[in-house]
Design a binder for this molecule. Structure first.
Ligand SMILES: [Zn+2]
Length: 454
C-alpha cells in the first residue's frame, strides 16, 4: 500500500515516492533557543517524529536533520537583556530542549545543526545569490533578496506576486519575523548594528550576521543535498519562513529543493491562541509540575489529525493520561512473553491503511482500542501487535506507571546537578542521600542523570 501525504505546495494528498529508493531526507525547523518552547511548538516536534517513525516503520532509511536557531533577533536580544554571552543563553536552552524531547519519547535527529556552525555555508549561498543577480546590497551593507526575480515566489503560501505589486515593492526592515501582508524583499545578511553588541561575523560583504531564513536554506541543503524529500514545520512557518527558504534555495543551488512540504496546524489553549498575558501559556515544564506524564501529551495530540487545529485543556489532557495509563496497564498485564512474530495481520493492515492515509492518528487509536477489546484475538497476538504499533505511536508501553518521578524528586535532582556543575561535591552527595531516603536512586550517565525508583 502506498503512503499518501498532504503536500502544502500542491494543496492535496499525494502518493509519497522518495527521491532515492527507500532513502528519505527529512528536515524539521527546530527551536530558537532563547526560551523554553511552549506546548504548541512541541506539537510540531511530535508531528515530525510521527512522520519519521512511520517512514522507518515502513522500511525507509530516514536521515533526519533538525536545526537549532542559536543566532537571530530574539537570541541576541535575550543575551543583551541578561548581560550574558550568547552561547551561555543558547547552550542552556539547547540542553533543556533535548531533555524535553527525550521525555516526550521523540527519537533523536541524526544531526542537530546549530546555525552558528554553518555561517560559512550561509555566506557561500548569499554569494551565489549575489552573483546570479537575485540579491542586492543596500547602503549600510545589508543584503536583500529580490523577490521579483523569482517567478515562483508565493507558490507555497498561495498568493500571486502580481496581485501584490504595490505591497511587494521596497524592502522590509532588518526584522526576522514579519506579518502576512508584508510581502517584500527580505534580508539575507544583516550588516552590523550596535544593537547586536558583541555578536557579529566577518564576511566578504562586511561585518554582520545572517538572516533567519537563510540559516535553514544553507543547513538543509548542505546536509541533505539540493533536492530532498520532506520539510516539516508548523503552519505559522509557511509564510514568510518557508516561502523564503524556497526562494533562496532554488535560486541559490539551482535544484528543486523540497519535494513534500508538510505542516501541522496550531494548538489552541482553552479555545484561544496561547499568550502569556491571557494566562493560557504552557511549557512542558508546567505540565511536569502537575506530575503529568509528558507522553500523555503525545496521546492527546494524536486525538486530532495533524492538519486540524487542536484545542488543549487540562481536562482533555487528563483524559488522555487516563487512556494512556489504561493502555499501558493492559499491555503490561497480558500474561504472555512478547513474541514479535505473533503480529495479527488483519489489525496490522487496518492500522497501516489509516496511517497510510496522511497519518490519521485518531483512527489509528481506534484500531488500537478495537484490538484491545477484541475477544477473538489471543493475548500473545495482542501483545505483539501493540508492541508493533508502539514503534509508530511512541507511547513507551513498557514504561511502568510508578516510574513517573514526582516533581519533588526532580527538583532535588536539578539542585544536585547544579551543585555538580559548581563542583560542590559534598552538597551533591548530600542531595543524592536525600533522594535515596525518599525511595529513589540517581545515576549519572553520558546523557545526563537518570532517576529510578529503588
Ligand atoms: Zn527553518
Amino acid at each position: 500500500m502506498a503512503i499518501k501525504f498532504y503536500n502544502t505546495l500542491h494543496r492535496k494528498k499525494e502518493v509519497f515516492k522518495s527521491i532515492k529508493n527507500k532513502k528519505v531526507g527529512l528536515y524539521t525547523c527546530g527551536p530558537t533557543v532563547y526560551d523554553l518552547p511552549h506546548i504548541g511548538n512541541f506539537r510540531a516536534y511530535i508531528f515530525s517524529d510521527l512522520v519519521k517513525r512511520y517512514l522507518l516503520w515502513k522500511g525507509y532509511d530516514v536521515k533526519h536533520i533538525m536545526n537549532i536557531t542559536d543566532i537571530d533577533d530574539k537570541t541576541i536580544k535575550k543575551s543583551i537583556e541578561q548581560n550574558k554571552k550568547l552561547k551561555d543563553i543558547t547552550e542552556f536552552y539547547i540542553t533543556e530542549f533535548y531533555k524535553d524531547c527525550n521525555s516526550l519519547n521523540i527519537l533523536k535527529a541524526d544531526k542537530y545543526t546549530k546555525a552558528t556552525s554553518y555561517i560559512e555555508e550561509m555566506i557561500k549561498m548569499i554569494n551565489n545569490l549575489m552573483k546570479k543577480g537575485y540579491a542586492y546590497k543596500v547602503d549600510g551593507g545589508s543584503i536583500y533578496f529580490d523577490i521579483h526575480k523569482f517567478k515562483d515566489y508565493g507558490k507555497l503560501s498561495n498568493f500571486k506576486l502580481k496581485d501584490l505589486k504595490t505591497n511587494a515593492k521596497g524592502r522590509l526592515n532588518n526584522k526576522d519575523e514579519y506579518g502576512k501582508d508584508d510581502v517584500r524583499d527580505f534580508a539575507l545578511w544583516k550588516s552590523y548594528d550596535k544593537e547586536d553588541g558583541e555578536i557579529y561575523f566577518e564576511s566578504p560583504f562586511g561585518r554582520g550576521r545572517p538572516g533567519w531564513h537563510i540559516e535553514c536554506s544553507a543547513m538543509s541543503t548542505y546536509e541533505l543535498g539540493k533536492n530532498f524529500d520532506i520539510h516539516t514545520g508548523g503552519v505559522d512557518n509557511i509564510f514568510p519562513h518557508h516561502e523564503n527558504e524556497i526562494a533562496q534555495s532554488k535560486c541559490g543551488t539551482g535544484g528543486d529543493f523540497v519535494k513534500y512540504w508538510m505542516h501541522n496546524e496550531h494548538l489552541l489553549v482553552d479555545g484561544k491562541k496561547m499568550s502569556k498575558s491571557l494566562g493560557n501559556f504552557y511549557t512542558l515544564r508546567d505540565l511536569n509540575e502537575k506530575d503529568i506524564d509528558p507522553i500523555a501529551f503525545r496521546y492527546f495530540i494524536y486525538g486530532s489529525h495533524y492538519r486540524n487545529k487542536i484545542n488543549f485543556t487540562l481536562n482533555a489532557l487528563s483524559g488522555a493520561e487516563n487512556a494512556l495509563k489504561k493502555l499501558r496497564e493492559f499491555y503490561q498485564n497480558l500474561p504472555v512473553v512478547l513474541n514479535t512474530k505473533k503480529i495479527n495481520k488483519s489489525y496490522a493492515d487496518k492500522f497501516t491503511k489509516v496511517m497510510d492515509d496522511d497519518l490519521n492518528t485518531s483512527k489509528a487509536l481506534a484500531v488500537v482500542w478495537n484490538l484491545v477489546k477484541d475477544k477473538k484475538i489471543n493475548d500473545s497476538s495482542k501483545k505483539a501487535t501493540l508492541f508493533y504499533f508502539d514503534k509508530v505511536l511512541g507511547f513507551d508501553l513498557d514504561k511502568k506507571v510508578d516510574e513517573i518521578i514526582p516533581e519533588e524528586i526532580k527538583k532535588i535532582a536539578e539542585e544536585r546537578e547544579l551543585a555538580r556543575k559548581n563542583k560542590d561535591w559534598s552538597k551533591s552527595d548530600n542531595l543524592r542521600e536525600e533522594i535515596a531516603s525518599l525511595g529513589y536512586e540517581i545515576k549519572d550517565t553520558q546523557d545526563g542523570y537518570k532517576i529510578n525508583k529503588k
